[in-house]
Design a protein around this ligand. Structure first.
Ligand code: ZN
Length: 191
C-alpha cells in the first residue's frame, strides 16, 4: 500500500506497525499500543486520517473506561435498542442535534449527559422520557417508535425447576405457547 510520506515528499510503500503512544486526554496521560503507518523507505511515521481517527477513538474510549463513562459503542447500542437515529435520540434527551453524533464519533460526554444516556438503557425510563418529549420528533417518527414500544414485550425469564435442562431459560410467552405449567417454574429474572 502506498501513502504520502512527508519526509520523502513522495508516495511510498507503507506498513502498519504496533507502537506504544501516550496522549493527554483532558489532562490525563493515557498510554496505549496502537497501529500506525510507517514509510518502508525512510522509516518515518505516516499521518493517515482514517487510522488517526481510529486511534483517537481508542484513547478517548480508554479515558471513558477509566472515568466510568459509556463508550462510543455503548451509546450507540442504547440508541439502537429503540431504533432511533442520532438526531432523534438527541432531541428526546434535550441535547443539541449533533451531540449524539459527536459522542458516537469519539467526543467525550460529561457526567451529566452520561447519566442521562445511561438511564435510557432501561425501557421504563425510555418510555417516561419518550412520553414527555415525543413532541420534539416528527409525527411519523413518533408513531413508528410507539409501534415499536407496543410490540416490545416485557421479558420475564423463567427458569425450569423440575423439567427441562438447568440451562434452559425461556420467555414467558414461549412457555404459554408450550402449555407449560407455571407453578413448576420459578421466576429467575424480570427485566
Ligand atoms: Zn519516507
Amino acid at each position: 500500500m502506498n501513502k504520502y510520506c512527508l519526509e520523502c515528499d513522495d508516495y511510498k510503500e507503507v506498513e502498519l506497525r504496533n507502537v506504544e503512544r501516550t496522549l493527554s486526554v483532558k489532562g490525563e496521560d493515557i498510554t496505549l499500543s496502537i497501529d500506525e503507518y510507517f514509510c518502508k523507505d525512510c522509516g518515518d511515521s505516516i499521518y493517515d486520517e482514517e487510522q488517526d481517527s481510529k486511534n483517537l477513538l481508542l484513547f478517548y474510549d480508554e479515558y471513558r473506561r477509566r472515568n466510568n463513562l459509556l463508550s462510543a459503542a455503548q451509546i450507540k447500542a442504547i440508541r439502537q435498542k429503540y431504533g432511533l437515529t442520532q438526531v432523534q435520540f438527541a432531541r428526546l434527551l434535550g441535547f443539541g442535534d449533533k451531540t449524539i453524533t459527536r459522542y458516537e464519533r469519539g467526543a467525550i460526554q460529561d457526567e451529566a449527559h452520561d447519566n442521562l444516556i445511561r438511564q435510557m438503557e432501561s425501557e421504563e425510563n425510555f418510555r417516561k422520557i419518550f412520553n414527555l418529549r415525543k413532541g420534539n420528533l416528527a409525527e411519523i417518527d413518533q408513531r413508528r417508535i410507539e409501534t415499536r414500544l407496543s410490540q416490545s414485550k416485557t421479558k420475564i425469564i423463567i427458569k425450569p425447576i423440575k423439567y427441562g435442562s438447568k440451562n434452559e431459560y425461556t420467555s414467558l410467552n414461549q412457555l404459554v405457547s408450550k402449555d407449560y405449567i407455571f407453578n413448576k417454574f420459578e421466576i429467575a429474572y424480570c427485566g
